[in-house]
Design a protein around this ligand. Structure first.
Ligand SMILES: [Zn+2]
Length: 60
């Protein structure tokens, strides 16, 4: 109810090209170069990046 449904929690790293996806809560995934990571699965979105979202990843 009013909660946003997250269908896919995935990003592609612009540095190494890895696509990483968080499939469930606390499923923390980092790309192979370590620049980006995702967490939270379908419950919440947490994205970590090195410089800025624009420079470091593309939405998956
Ligand atoms: Zn990377």
């Amino acid at each position: 109810m009013g909660k946003r449904i997250i269908v896919r929690n995935a990003i592609q790293c612009k540095h190494c090209g890895d696509i990483i996806e968080s499939c469930y809560t606390h499923d923390f995934q980092t790309c192979s170069c370590g620049a980006c990571s995702v967490d939270g699965g379908h419950d919440y979105l947490r994205r970590c990046y090195k410089t800025s979202p624009e420079e470091d990843y593309i939405l998956g």
